[in-house]
Design a protein around this ligand. Sequence first.
Ligand SMILES: [Mg+2]
Length: 252
Amino acid sequence: MLRPNGITMLAPPPPLDVRNHALFLDLDGTLVDFAAHPEHVVASEELRLLLADLSRAMNGAVALITGRTIASADAVLDGALVHIAGIHGVERRTGSKIEREPTHNASIQSALNDARALIAKGALQVDLEDKGLALALHYRRAPEFADAARRAAAEIAQRHALSILEGKMVIELTIGQRTKADAVADFMAAPPFANRNPIAVGDDITDEDAFRAVGTFGGHSILVGPPRETAARYALGDTRAVFAWLQAGLAS
Ligand SMILES: [Mg+2]
C-alpha cells in the first residue's frame, strides 16, 4: 500500500520460525526504548529471559548487532546473548572469543581531543561517548545543534581519516569502513548461523546495512517504528511489538 508521500506501508512480519531462522537484532529502539543517555537504558528481566530462551531454542542463532560496545550491550542485557557485534561490527564476540578490527585507536583519541576542545569553546553541544574504537556525538539533549554537530563531525573525521555513521540523534566517527552488513556476513559464515534463513530487526538508519545484507542471504528484514524509505519488507510499531513477536515465535 502506498501512502500519499510515496512511502510504502509495510505489513507485519510472518511468524518467527525458531528451527530455520537466524536472528540479527538491534538493541536501542528495537529491543529497549531510548533514554536521555545510553547508560540509563536497562533491559527488563522479562526481555533478558526471553532472549536467553530464544537463543537456546534457536541453537544459538541469535545475535545482537549494535552501535554500542560489547561491554555496554552486556551491561544492558546482563549477558543474555553470547553473540554480539559491537560498534556496528568493528568488534564481534562468538562464544568466548572477541575479535576486534582494527586494534589501534590513536586517531579516535585525537578526534576525541578535538571534540572536547570544541565543546570547551562552546562551539559544539553534544554528549561525547568514547567507545575506544569509535567516538559518538550524541545530540539527543540538544537537537537544535544537530547541524552544527554534523559540520564539526565532518571536519574532525576528515582531519583524522575517520568514517562517519549517522544514527538517531547520534553521529559516530569510526575507524575503517565496517558496517552492520559486515557483521551479518561474518556471523553467516559459520555455525550456528550458516544455513539458516536470516531475519534482521532494527529501527535505525545504520540497520539498513543489515537489512540489505540479510537479503543477499535470502532472508528478510523488519523495520521497527514509523514508515520510512527502507530495505525492510515488514514492520513492527515499537519495542513492545518486537517483544510480542519474539515471544509468539518462541511459543509456537
Ligand atoms: Mg537502534
